[in-house]
Design a protein around this ligand. Structure first.
Ligand code: GLU
Length: 445
């Protein structure tokens, strides 16, 4: 069937799943040409199989809060594709979580994981539970209730979840403890674990570090040095923290962070103390960035606004999906930036992506830029399997190599006749070809 017809059918069938459709449409549009060059793909209904998750698990998560009140949340695990390895991908705990968001994230993860060069399939999971305002004991009880169902569906060779929005080292700890108690097995079933109990060095920093290694290579394609450049970042969570840390280390100046409440503009730039303060903000569990303004004089809080209105050389989305829309893209383009990159998954709307590419803006998508996080999860799995723990340098060197290889794949498949590198096309085609070839080799399953 024609790619356009497949997209149309999907839009009809999944009309209530806008994020999933957005992610699928982007990938299928990118791969149209290569798909048409491979009639055997069409015969094997490859795309029809690729867009359908292998399995969707949905379950009830009942738990009791500190006052004795009972709550019921929905739990999800979307096991999207296992062609190149066991299912792998994070868990998101956030009020916005629904099936469409889980499916879009699982779909993206499939191609992202393929790009990492490591043997990992794609999955995503989570719940519409929000850690905002919850006590530690409540978070623990929720994680225990969540794992009481999830443990049946995961395993080190089956499916290896990790963190995402709302799931950090604390939550991974409670989830791991429950899995171990239920199965009597100490195994590498989750990544993002603490260093003392099987975690990998650099894993907390990896998404942000990897993103900056990638951005640096993007800049090098235009002979630009990152030193001294201003960077506008959104978010203040784990990903934003790692990105701010590495950008600052490389000599760039990070001038914004943001939260659901608005953004902070700090013209002096973030230093080590301010970057550490991001961890405190996050640990407060309030999900706001405004307190930064009181803490650091010279900074300014803009309520209900996005950091994209500030002029910067580099823009990095580090918060959540669709946080940069068409209007934001116009505003950013008017600032004539050197580089724009999605560090959050699908950080830009389809309209924003189209505008940035039409303007030949140096721009790259999340599945390439943020793959360092899951790649380092893959390295954690390897360390667990060989029962060794690598040094910081060993992990960082491997992360460098992986980000370099992802960049090369994007250039290989994304370079246009006029020399412009379409990183969206490059990442989608490279990821697709690997998964497609593996699926073809394994027959109709
Ligand atoms: N949630 C992260 C991502 O979007 C990491 C997943 C993992 O480490 O498995 O890639």
């Amino acid at each position: 069937m024609e790619v356009d017809k497949i997209i149309q059918d999907l839009m009809h069938k999944h009309a209530g799943e806008p994020e999933y459709l957005q992610a699928v449409k982007e990938v299928l549009t990118s791969i149209k040409d290569v798909y048409n060059q491979h009639p055997e793909f069409e015969k094997a209904k490859l795309i029809e199989r690729l867009v359908e998750p292998e399995r969707v698990i949905m379950f009830r998560v009942p738990w009791v809060d500190d006052r004795g009140e009972v709550h019921v949340n929905t739990g999800y695990r979307v096991q999207f594709n296992s062609a190149i390895g066991p299912y792998k991908g994070g868990l998101r705990f956030h009020a916005s979580v629904n099936l469409s968001i889980m499916k879009f994230l699982g779909f993206e993860q499939t191609f992202k994981n393929a790009l990492t060069t490591l043997p990992m399939g794609g999955a995503k999971g989570g719940s519409d539970f929000s850690i905002r305002g919850r006590s530690d004991a409540e978070v623990m009880r929720f994680c225990q209730a969540f794992m009481q169902e999830l443990y049946r569906h995961i395993g080190p060779n089956e499916d290896v979840p990790a963190g995402d929005i709302g799931v950090g080292a604390r939550e991974i700890g409670y989830l791991f403890g429950t899995y171990k108690k239920l199965t009597h097995q100490w195994e590498g079933v989750l990544t993002g674990k603490g260093l003392e109990w099987g975690g990998s060095r650099i894993r907390p920093e990896a998404t942000g570090y990897g993103a900056l290694y990638f951005v640096n290579q993007m800049l090098q394609t235009r002979d630009i040095d990152i030193k001294g450049k201003t960077v506008a970042i959104s978010g203040f969570g784990n990903v934003a923290w790692g990105a701010a840390k590495k950008a600052t280390e490389l000599g760039a100046k990070v001038i914004t962070i943001s939260g659901p409440d608005g953004y902070i503009y700090d013209p002096a730039g973030l230093d080590d103390e301010k970057i550490e303060y991001m961890l405190e903000l996050r640990a407060s569990g309030n999900d706001i960035c405004q307190p930064y303004e009181e803490e650091f004089s010279g900074s300014q809080f803009f309520e209900g606004r996005k950091p994209w209105e500030q002029k910067a050389d580099i823009y990095l989305t580090c918060a959540t999906q669709n946080e940069l829309n068409g209007e934001d893209a116009d505003m950013i383009l008017a600032h004539k930036p050197l580089c724009v990159a999605e560090v959050s998954n699908m950080g830009c709307t389809a309209e924003a992506v189209d505008k940035l590419i039409a303007a030949k803006q140096l721009f790259a998508p999340g599945k390439a830029v943020n793959a360092g996080g899951v790649a380092t999860s893959g390295l954690e799995m390897t360390q667990n399997s060989i029962r060794l723990s690598w040094s910081e340098k060993e992990v960082d060197d491997k992360l460098h190599y992986i980000m370099h290889s992802i960049h090369e794949q994007c250039v290989k498949y994304g370079k246009q006749p006029d020399g412009y590198i379409d990183y969206v096309k490059g990442a989608n085609v490279a990821g697709f070809m690997k998964v497609a070839n593996a699926m073809m080799a394994q027959g109709i399953v």
